[in-house]
Design a protein around this ligand. Structure first.
Ligand SMILES: Cc1cc2nc3c(=O)[nH]c(=O)nc-3n(C[C@H](O)[C@H](O)[C@H](O)COP(=O)(O)OP(=O)(O)OC[C@H]3O[C@@H](n4cnc5c(N)ncnc54)[C@H](O)[C@@H]3O)c2cc1C
Ligand code: FES
Length: 378
C-alpha cells in the first residue's frame, strides 16, 4: 500500500512498498550487449504514483500470464534484479534470454525470458510485486566493496555501483566481472565511462573466451575465470565486503574459497539466480534444528498422500514433484514466495534464511527440508 497520493510529497514522506502485484507500463527497452542477449526494460507505474525506494541489490517479482503458440495460457512467476539505482518514477530490470540447453536436443528455450525478449515492448503492461530481497549493499558501512559478477549476475551489481557513485563516492569499489567476451559484455560503455569519472571504481573484467578482435588491457584485463587466485593477487587482503552473483558453478567455488581465505561469513553476501548448491562453514548456514535421520514421513494434506522422505532430494518441492504432486513454483530459490505452504505440524529447516519473509506457520517448499515428520497444506 502506498502512503501518499501526492507526487509533490515524495521527498518529505517515506513511501512504502505495495502488497500483491501492481500494474507497470514498459516505457522503453534497450539491449545492453552487442550480441543482444541482455535487454533492459524501463518500467513506470500505471497509477502514476511515486515508487518506493529499495536497497541496492534487491529484485522485483513478475507475474506473467501468456500463451505459447497453440497452447493454453499459463502463469509464470519470475524474479529480476533491479539494475539501476532507485528513482521515484521508474524501475529498470535487465533480462538475459535463456537459450535452450545444447543437449539433449529439442528442449525449449527459457519461457519467461523469451517472452520478454520477443513480446514485451514499449507500452506493454506487466504485473509486478514490490522490491524485496536480503541480498543488498550494506549502506551503513564504508569498508571497501568487492562486487563479483558472472554473466547476467551483473544486474544487481549495476544497481550497487550506481548507488555508490551517488551516495558513497569516496568508497572503494572493485568490480570483478566474468563474461565470455566482448559480444556478451553487458553495460560495457557505461562501466568504462563510470571508471573514467570515478577514481574509486576499479574494473577487473575477465573474459573466458576472448574474440580475436578483443584487446587485453582495452576490452578486458584478465583471461580465464574470476577465482580466488585472481582475488588474492588483486586485493592482497581480506578487509573487504564481498557481494557475489553468478552461475551456480561460480558461486559453489567462490563462496567456500573466500571463507577458506579467512573472510568473515558476515562479509560474504551472495545470490543465485536459481537453485544453487553453495556450501558454507557452519556459522554461515542457518539450519534450524538438527534433522532426524531419514526416512521422515511427509503428509500432503490436500493431495491426501503420505510419502517417505529419504533425504535424497534437495528440497520439498522437488520431492513433491517427483511424486506427481503439483505445487505452484517460480524462482525455486526461496525468493518469490510462490511455493509457500502452510505447515500443519512438524518443522522445516533451511540451509540459509530464504529471501522471502515467511509468516508464522508457513514454509517454503523450494528451499526447505523436513527436520521431523510433517504435514503440509499442499
Ligand atoms: C532473486 C533473483 C533475481 C534474478 N535476477 C535476474 C536478472 O536480473 N536478470 C535475468 O536475466 N535473470 C534473473 N533471474 C533469473 C530469472 O528469474 C529466470 O530464472 C530466468 O530468466 C530464466 O527463466 P525462464 O522462464 O526464461 O526460463 P525457464 O523456462 O525457467 O527455463 C530455464 C532454463 O531451463 C531450460 N529448460 C527448459 N525446459 C527444460 C527441461 N525440460 N530440461 C532441462 N532444461 C530445460 C531452458 O531452456 C532455460 O535455459 C533472477 C532470479 C532470481 C531468483
Ligand atoms: S518457488 Fe520461489 S520461493 Fe519457492
Amino acid at each position: 500500500m502506498l502512503v501518499t497520493q501526492d507526487k509533490t510529497q515524495r521527498i518529505d514522506r517515506p513511501l512504502l512498498a505495495w502488497n500483491g502485484f501492481r500494474a507497470f507500463r514498459v516505457a522503453r527497452r534497450a539491449y545492453e550487449d552487442a550480441a543482444q542477449t541482455q535487454c533492459s526494460f524501463y518500467l513506470e507505474p500505471v497509477d502514476g504514483l511515486p515508487l518506493p525506494a529499495f536497497k541496492p541489490g534487491q529484485f522485483l517479482t513478475f507475474s506473467l500470464l501468456f500463451a505459447a503458440k497453440g497452447a493454453a495460457a499459463r502463469k509464470l512467476i519470475r524474479c529480476y534484479s533491479l539494475s539501476e539505482r532507485p528513482t521515484p518514477d521508474q524501475y529498470r530490470v535487465t533480462i538475459k534470454r535463456a537459450l535452450a540447453p545444447s543437449e539433449p536436443a529439442g528442449l525449449p528455450a527459457g519461457a519467461a525470458s523469451s517472452y520478454f525478449h520477443e513480446h514485451v515492448h514499449a507500452g506493454s503492461t506487466l504485473q509486478i510485486g514490490a522490491p524485496s530481497g536480503r541480498f543488498h549493499l550494506n549502506a551503513e558501512s564504508d569498508t571497501p566493496v568487492v562486487l563479483i559478477a558472472g554473466g547476467i549476475g551483473i544486474t544487481p551489481m549495476m544497481c550497487m555501483l550506481r548507488w555508490c557513485a551517488q551516495h558513497q563516492p569516496q568508497r572503494v569499489v572493485h568490480l570483478f566481472y566474468g563474461v565470455r567476451n566482448s559480444a556478451e559484455h553487458a553495460f560495457k560503455a557505461v562501466l568504462e565511462e563510470m571508471a573514467l569519472k570515478q577514481a574509486q571504481l576499479r574494473l577487473h573484467t575477465v573474459y573466458s573466451k576472448p574474440l580475436t578482435e578483443d584487446g587485453q588491457g582495452q576490452d578486458y584485463q584478465h583471461t580465464g575465470y574470476v577465482d580466488l587466485a585472481l582475488l588474492k593477487k588483486t586485493l592482497r587482503h581480506i578487509e573487504h565486503e564481498f557481494y557475489i552473483c553468478g552461475p551456480a558453478a561460480m558461486m559453489a567455488c567462490l563462496v567456500p574459497d573466500l571463507a577458506a581465505w579467512g573472510v568473515a561469513s558476515g562479509d560474504i553476501h551472495f545470490e543465485a539466480f536459481g537453485p544453487a548448491m553453495v556450501s558454507l562453514p557452519a556459522d554461515v548456514t542457518q539450519v534450524q534444528g538438527q534433522p532426524v535421520s531419514a526416512p521422515i514421513s511427509v503428509h500432503f494434506q490436500r493431495s491426501g498422500r503420505t510419502l517417505s522422505w529419504s533425504g535424497q532430494q534437495s528440497n520439498l518441492l522437488d520431492f513433491a514433484e517427483s511424486h506427481g504432486i503439483q505445487v505452484e513454483s517460480g524462482c525455486r530459490s526461496g525468493s518469490c514466495g510462490s511455493c509457500v505452504s502452510t505447515l500443519v505440524y512438524g518443522t522445516v529447516g533451511y540451509d540459509r534464511s530464504p529471501d522471502f519473509d515467511l509468516a508464522p506457520g508457513q514454509c517454503l517448499l523450494c528451499v526447505g527440508k523436513p527436520l521431523e515428520a510433517l504435514a503440509l497444506d499442499a
